[in-house]
Write a protein that binds this ligand. Structure first.
Ligand code: CO
Length: 198
């Protein structure tokens, strides 16, 4: 494991700032920060990390959802979440387009909101356009869990955190979630917590 950075927590204004775009002349010197962010994400562990979470207010995101993080989930749960392995990649100056109008509700967490989890409605499908770490344009369409990760991380670059989009009554500690609700459906949990659409 390489060196890691401190992950800032909710309450730090850097998480509420709109991150600035990375300029072409910065691309050649990005790799030390990318490497530190990758090691910080792996150490946490997490499936995504945005530069503001390590105190750098720039539009840079790293994402990786390796199979070894899926160990606690059954094949059924993985299928239900549309969660599949995503290799490590870097997004510079990403823009997101919502595709279609399907919305999925699922519990998610954030390394900057440690120990908590909450239901966050997210678009099922998105398209991302960005540069990779060498400055090459990349674009991808994503659905399910990877689309959720993309929306979560790009939100960080706009000063938005998942609790801004959550169903407030579903906020709970990950400990309580694991003890009480693991394996239950989101709609059952919402209704048990009095979270109605009305
Ligand atoms: Co986050």
């Amino acid at each position: 494991m390489g060196a890691t950075l401190k992950i800032v927590q909710l309450g730090d204004p850097v998480l509420r700032r709109v991150a600035r775009a990375i300029t072409p002349d910065e691309l050649p010197v990005l790799s030390p920060l990318v490497e530190l962010m990758r090691e910080t994400m792996r150490d946490a562990p997490g499936v995504g990390l945005a530069a503001p979470q390590v105190g750098e207010s720039v539009q840079l995101v790293v994402i990786e959802d390796p199979p070894h993080l899926h160990g606690g989930l059954s094949a059924e749960e993985l299928a239900e979440r549309e969660r599949a392995a995503v290799p490590f990649h870097v997004l510079v100056n990403p823009t997101l387009t919502i595709l279609g109008d399907e919305v999925i509700e699922a519990f998610e967490g954030c390394l900057s909101f440690a120990g908590m989890t909450m239901v966050v409605p997210r678009a099922r499908r998105v398209r991302v356009d960005a540069l990779d770490e060498s400055g090459q344009p990349v674009s991808a369409e994503a659905s399910g869990w990877y689309a959720r990760i993309l929306q979560h991380e790009v939100d960080h670059l706009r000063g938005v955190v998942c609790c801004d989009r959550m169903r407030p009554r579903t906020l709970m500690s990950t400990e309580a979630f694991g003890r009480r609700w693991r394996g239950k459906s989101v709609s059952d949990i919402r209704s048990a917590l009095g979270d109605t659409d009305a």
